[in-house]
Design a protein around this ligand. Structure first.
Ligand code: AMP
Length: 248
């Protein structure tokens, strides 16, 4: 079985995100970029499945400009067997990403497509669900534990009330939640080895995917500045203050 792990290049989660001065987007020039954290978790889980002998190959795929090859190389250094870069200069929206992934599925026939539950830049949380619908296969999103047996997956999902456990038939789409695992660190020899692993580049035009206009970004604004705090002299004053502000 192959596992396909789509990884997105995003601004590193430790970086304070800044809106461009003209409000046209988020500043990425000179900013540290990383694999979307949830995609790292998905990749770690795919690698553990392969290491248990339940899959033969882990393929990382990323859609974007040439820069995404840095994150693909990191994915290869973590342990993925090969990488696919679908090249496009326009940032694709979730529906386009799902359509592109469907084309990769047609080429690779994976048993699992393991995505992150959401990209931390757009917070869409849409791609896995759209892909499952387009592929017409089951989905287990927000995965917190995954066990495979007899062509099926038992997946514990993080839901508001706690954990929900479901069973789905493979092939299927999964998306990782935060507590699924702790991704491994990349070691220097693995970075060297990753340079020799295959990385195929496919032009988006060769996949015949229509890049439909889903939504239009109208504006970006930073969150409002927080007002200063107020020191109160007693518990009674604190209670009064909260009441006055309608918080109690
Ligand atoms: P989203 O629906 O945008 O929150 O993204 C959910 C997941 O879809 C991500 O965690 C990735 O696994 C995948 N994904 C989104 N955009 C891309 C991209 N440009 N390239 C590869 N994978 C992507």
């Amino acid at each position: 079985m192959k596992i396909l792990v789509p990884i997105k290049r995003v601004v590193d989660y430790n970086v304070r995100v800044r809106v461009k001065s003209d409000g046209s987007g988020v500043e990425t020039e000179g900013v540290k970029m990383s694999i979307n954290p949830f995609d790292e978790i998905a990749l770690e889980e795919a690698l553990r499945i392969r290491e248990r002998g339940e899959a033969e190959e882990v393929i990382v795929a990323s859609i974007g400009g040439t820069d995404v090859q840095q994150q693909l190389r990191t994915g290869l250094a973590m342990g993925a067997d090969r990488a696919i870069h679908v090249e496009t200069e326009t940032a694709p929206q979730p529906l386009t990403v799902a359509r592109i992934l469907l084309k990769l599925i047609e080429r690779e026939s994976p048993g699992i497509v393991f995505l992150g539950k959401q990209a931390i830049d757009d917070d869409c949380n849409q791609t896995a669900q759209m892909l499952a619908a387009l592929w017409d296969r089951p989905q287990a999103t927000f995965a917190s534990r995954v066990e495979l047996a007899d062509g099926k997956a038992t997946v514990a999902r993080e839901v508001d009330a706690g954990l929900e456990t479901i069973e789905i038939e493979l092939p299927a789409v999964m998306s990782s939640d935060l507590r699924l695992n702790e991704p491994r660190f990349v070691k220097l020899p693995d970075i060297m080895k990753a340079k020799r692993k295959p990385l195929d580049v496919i032009a988006i035009a060769d996949l015949g995917v229509e890049q439909g206009a889903g939504f239009e970004m109208l504006a970006f604004e930073p969150p409002p500045k927080r007002g200063g705090g107020k020191v109160v002299g007693s518990v009674a004053e604190l209670v009064d203050e909260l009441k006055n502000r309608g918080l109690l």
